[in-house]
Design a protein around this ligand. Structure first.
Ligand code: PEP
Ligand code: MG
Length: 593
């Protein structure tokens, strides 16, 4: 049993839907419906022995002990079929009342409840002598194991499977359907994981935010939370330590949950954020400061669908296309033709605007099956990003070939695509990357993630045409703090004054490159998704900002309220602070004043 999280603890997860929410934690704990120990049966492990059933319909007890095996099998199978039919029907009814993605996922779940492969697997378990509940759980876990092995999006479907299974078990036991309890007053919903069937019925007036310990940003829960406009964080490790009823401040833009925040400032911040969200919902771009100064406000994407979604919104282009995320579930390297097709889709989403593709940032928390990486003691400091050249230069070369081909296909403004390398640390790497890009007619840039680049940036500039600051990694390496660690979240905060100073150094160097050029300097880390920090970044001299598509309207609407001069004043306030907390508070107070 973990200790309850202390006041001031910050839990970090994956930001899914931006927005601040302040309220009391309401837990949806996973029920014991899926616990094999609690299920009927044979679950206790009596392989081959007839099972008893906790629903009272015992097949091994006095009443039914003599039932022939085939009769038992037929009856148990029939109970499973009836229970799944009832669960499927209920989901269909809810789907008929819902709209959009909610309706789609509820219908898909109803289909899953009637899945023939699942029914077959249950029969197989029944034949081993398990009772119907244990057989249902065991068959489900077989699929869970398979989906876990496959990984990627399949693994995100595990929640759906387990949720359907829990519903069927409840039906078999004659219990009410499991799910989210009714909220009598607004609160923050915390869960190990939520199934779409739970999320689809949530009332945004009552559920101020959703935070899950597990789940991924592309899970159905995330998709529905986005549709409902409920701030949402997933993969919040350590969430289990937050006590029922604890006061929390959830920041869906940065992916953090603060336990026991200062009540007054948290509720003011949440109220101001809500007002801003209403404004953002009506913001359609393009991004312009209050003094008419235009801002390059771009989107971070990971595939063709993401690029299309960004193009349907107010983003002015793409500032970071994370190619490695498009290939995470691919066992083999896609061919140059396959890659070119994908890249052309992304470039084609913004035929007349800036689109920045990043070469593979494999390694560390993003292992790519085909990149040939081996286990490392310290992967964040190991072979990742451009260092994949050490294993096989062909990987990046083929990406560049494919991108050049995509540029030819799309043509126009995209005929010389912008491309940048992640994790550049030395001038030699930058020079080499620049040459490989120029040979192919590409526009080369590098990411500023390793402090060595920021410190000696003037030496890198002659070799490239643009810089993009990855504040997630830059902060990790400047502060010597693992970006994945929730305990160190206060250190890996891009408001750290030391990080802000380095950003200023880079932006100033780009504006006055030694060869007389102006080299554009963007920010594409999570920092750009924080509207207040976005103001500071512009004040530091950054020329473009790139954030998750969902965050773009929040940043755009906030920037419309300030002038460039004001941004410079805010940057000065942040730089004049000793700590990240002080810097953030100084800027937020000044904006509100
Ligand atoms: C960053 O490090 O800020 C960045 C944008 O790259 P990633 O988050 O993909 O490592
Ligand atoms: Mg990075």
């Amino acid at each position: 049993m973990p200790l309850d999280a202390q006041t001031g603890t910050i839990i970090r997860g994956t930001a899914v839907v931006a927005g601040l929410a302040h309220g009391s934690a309401r837990w949806v704990r996973r029920s014991d419906l899926l616990d094999p120990e609690a299920a009927d049966s044979g679950a206790a492990g009596a392989a081959g022995a007839p099972a008893s059933d906790s629903a009272g319909d015992s097949v091994s007890g006095d009443a039914d002990g003599a039932a022939p095996d085939s009769e038992r099998l037929d009856r148990e199978r029939q109970r499973f079929v009836e229970a799944t039919a009832t669960v499927g029907e209920r989901l269909d009814q809810r789907a008929a009342l819902a709209t959009g993605v909610s309706a789609e996922v509820l219908s898909a779940n109803a289909v899953l409840a009637r899945d023939r492969g699942w029914a077959k697997a249950v029969t197989k378990e029944l034949k081993k002598g398990l009772g119907v509940e244990a057989a249902t759980v065991a068959a489900t876990e077989t699929f869970v194991e398979m989906f876990t092995r496959i990984g990627g999006r399949q693994a995100e479907r595990i929640t759906d499977l387990r949720n359907i299974c829990a519903r069927v078990i409840a039906e078999l036991r004659g219990l009410p359907e499991p799910g989210v309890p009714e909220f009598s007053e607004p609160g923050v919903l915390l869960a190990d994981d939520l199934a779409p069937a739970d999320t689809a019925g949530l009332d945004p007036a009552m559920v101020l935010a959703i935070v899950c310990e597990y789940g991924g940003p592309t899970s159905h829960t995330a998709i529905i939370a986005r549709q409902l406009g409920i701030p949402c964080i997933v993969a919040a490790s350590g969430l289990g330590a937050v006590a029922e009823g604890a006061r929390v401040l959830v920041d869906g833009a940065t992916g953090t949950v603060e336990v026991g925040p200062d009540e007054q400032s948290a509720s003011e911040a949440a109220a101001a954020d809500k007002a801003m969200r209403v404004k953002a919902a009506g913001w359609t771009g393009p991004a312009v400061l209050a003094d008419g100064h235009p801002v390059d406000l771009l989107a971070n994407v990971q595939d063709g669908d993401g690029a299309a979604a960004a193009a349907a919104g107010p983003a002015g282009g793409i500032g970071l296309f994370r190619t490695e995320l498009a290939f995470l579930d691919q066992p083999e390297e896609p061919t140059v033709a396959e890659q070119a097709e994908l890249y052309a889709r992304v470039l084609g989403a913004f035929p007349d605007s800036k689109v920045v593709t990043r070469t593979l940032d494999a390694g560390s928390d993003k292992p790519l099956a085909f990149a040939g990486m081996t286990e490392e003691e310290n992967p964040a400091l190991g072979v990742r990003g451009i260092r994949v050249d050490l294993l096989d230069r062909g990987l990046v070369d083929r990406q560049l070939d494919a991108l050049a081909e995509a540029g030819r296909q799309v043509g126009g403004a995209q005929s010389s695509p912008w491309v940048m390398a992640p994790m550049i640390a030395t001038v030699d790497e930058a020079r080499d990357f620049g040459e490989r890009c120029r040979e192919r007619g590409l526009t080369p840039g590098i990411m500023v993630e390793v402090p060595s680049v920021a410190v000696a940036v003037d030496r890198f500039l002659p070799h490239i045409d643009f810089l993009s600051i990855g504040t997630n990694d830059l902060t990790q390496y400047v502060m010597a703090a693992d970006r994945m660690s929730s305990e160190l979240a206060a250190l890996t905060d891009p408001w750290q004054p030391a990080v802000l100073r380095l950003i200023r150094t880079v932006a100033e160097a780009g504006a006055a490159a030694p060869d007389g050029r102006v080299v554009p300097v963007g920010v594409c880390g999570e920092a750009a998704a924080d509207p207040h920090l976005a103001m500071v970044l512009l004040g530091l001299g950054v020329s473009s900002l790139s954030a998750a598509t969902a965050a773009v309207p929040f940043v755009g609407a906030a920037l419309a309220e300030v002038t460039l001069e004001r941004c410079r004043e805010l940057a000065a306030l942040a730089l004049d602070s000793d700590t990240a907390r002080e810097a953030r508070a100084a800027v937020i107070d000044a904006v509100r004043a």
